[in-house]
Design a protein around this ligand. Structure first.
Ligand code: PLP
Length: 422
């Protein structure tokens, strides 16, 4: 490891296990990956539309129309003195109760559709009612999806795959909570428990998929998964417009995005950058112990480094974010678009789990509450002068619109949630 890399001032607080903020200092060119195209992003929104009647029929949640959408909420107070403060409530997303309904699930939908097309049950870009037929169930019953997870991705893929009648093999790292594994087993998913971290669990799941046959959903390397998350940006744009909020040079948009491997915050960032250009400020939020995108940006120059190399231990209560190494694909696709990364102690997240419940009745898991916790750290570190190599000052940023993205929690069982509140 090149010691020079660790000389970045933001790294010195981090390696002492202290909250730290990394800010982009200049504009950067795009990475070397083949960039996501507008056509791919449009295709994802259209695919979700086509799936809506099918999902509504399989997941008969109260009056749900099958659209994977979450509300944009007001919050009774603001965690800092800012122009406008709103909540993008992905913790209430249908099916999974987490942001995984947009990305991980999207890749699964792509695969389900492809299997049906290959079997002649549906046509490209056509209606998907046939996915609910006996023929489709027979087809899916013979197919298996395999995924590795710290909890939420496996939980989400397992729930949706089983709803279609597909076999699901879920490889869980040691972080995964028992209730998620139990629920998956109850619905007939195979849960394989590993006494190792997320990165190693991915490796083992990948080998299992090669050996036994099955479709491996690769959270670290999947383009479809990333593209699925971009759809959230269009949704947010419409919701802001419906409130008469116009994003622009005088009113920039800052979004606080909880980050694990980077796929979810990365896809959202891609979409928001596409729609709002320089007027959006994506802030990725991580637990100190698992600050893998932080380390990649501050010490790796955009290359994925392991948090273990920075002396961090990847031990956090934020199980949705307990990842030691960022996705290199994500860094290549949107590393140049990340304006800031905030690394926070677990206590801050826990304290916001309690606050958001008390003040607004939001049922959040620690990973999701990290978005609230990040705001004051971010604002306190902006300093004077122009920011991010753009025509933006701290004052501009502060007076703009701030959106905390609450990425998961609505499906937490009461006992689990009470333990967090205690
Ligand atoms: C998965 C997840 C994230 C982050 O997603 P990545 O794609 O791993 O960066 C954030 N919050 C919650 C609750 C999650 O489940």
């Amino acid at each position: 490891m090149n010691a020079l890399h660790f000389s970045h001032p933001a790294m010195s607080a981090l390696v002492q296990n202290k909250a730290s903020v990394w800010l982009r200092e200049a504009c950067h060119a795009a990475g070397k990956a083949q960039q996501v195209t507008e056509t791919e992003a449009t295709g994802a929104r259209q695919r979700f539309e086509r799936f809506a009647p099918v999902l509504a029929s399989l997941f008969q949640e109260d009056g749900w129309d099958g659209r994977v959408r979450s509300p944009l909420l007001d919050y009774p107070s603001s965690p800092a003195d800012v122009g406008t403060f709103l909540i993008k409530a992905d913790h209430t997303l249908p099916m999974t109760g987490s942001i995984k309904a947009r990305g991980g699930v999207y890749e699964l939908l792509c695969h389900l559709e492809m299997l049906a097309r290959d079997a002649g049950l549906v046509e490209e870009h056509g209606p998907l009612d046939a996915l609910l037929t006996e023929e489709a169930r027979a087809l899916y019953a013979g197919r298996r999806v395999i995924v590795a997870s710290t909890g939420n991705l496996g939980f989400s893929i397992g729930l949706v795959a089983r709803a279609f009648g597909m076999q699901a093999e879920i490889h869980m790292s040691h972080d995964a909570k028992s209730w998620k594994k139990n629920r998956l087993r109850r619905i007939g998913a195979a849960v394989v428990e590993h006494a190792c971290d997320y990165e190693q669990a991915v490796g083992r799941a990948r080998s299992a998929a090669k050996g036994a046959g099955g479709y491996f959903i690769d959270d670290e390397r999947s383009r479809d998964l990333f593209v699925g998350y971009t759809t959230a940006a269009w949704e947010l744009r419409n919701q802001l417009a419906a409130r008469g909020i116009e994003i622009g040079p005088e009113r920039p948009l800052t979004v606080y995005l909880p980050c694990g491997v980077g796929g979810a915050p990365g896809g959202v960032t891609w979409g928001l950058r596409f729609l709002f250009g320089p007027h959006v400020i994506p802030v990725f939020v991580e637990p100190i112990a698992s600050a893998c995108v932080f380390v990649a940006m501050a010490a790796g120059g955009g290359a994925a480094l392991s948090v273990y190399d920075a002396g961090l231990d990847n031990d956090t209560i934020a199980d949705g974010l307990a990842v030691p190494k960022a996705s290199q694909l994500v860094l290549d696709l949107i590393g140049h678009d990340i304006d800031a990364v905030v690394a926070l102690p677990d206590e801050e997240m826990l304290s916001w789990v309690r606050c958001a419940w008390k003040e607004a009745g939001l049922r959040l898991e620690p990973s999701a509450a990290s978005s609230f916790a990040a705001i004051s750290y971010f604002l306190a570190n902006l300093g004077d002068g122009f920011l991010f190599g753009r025509d933006l000052t701290a004052d501009h940023v502060r007076r703009g619109v701030h959106v905390a993205w609450t990425t998961g929690g609505a499906l937490l069982p009461d006992a689990e949630f009470e333990r967090l509140l205690a």
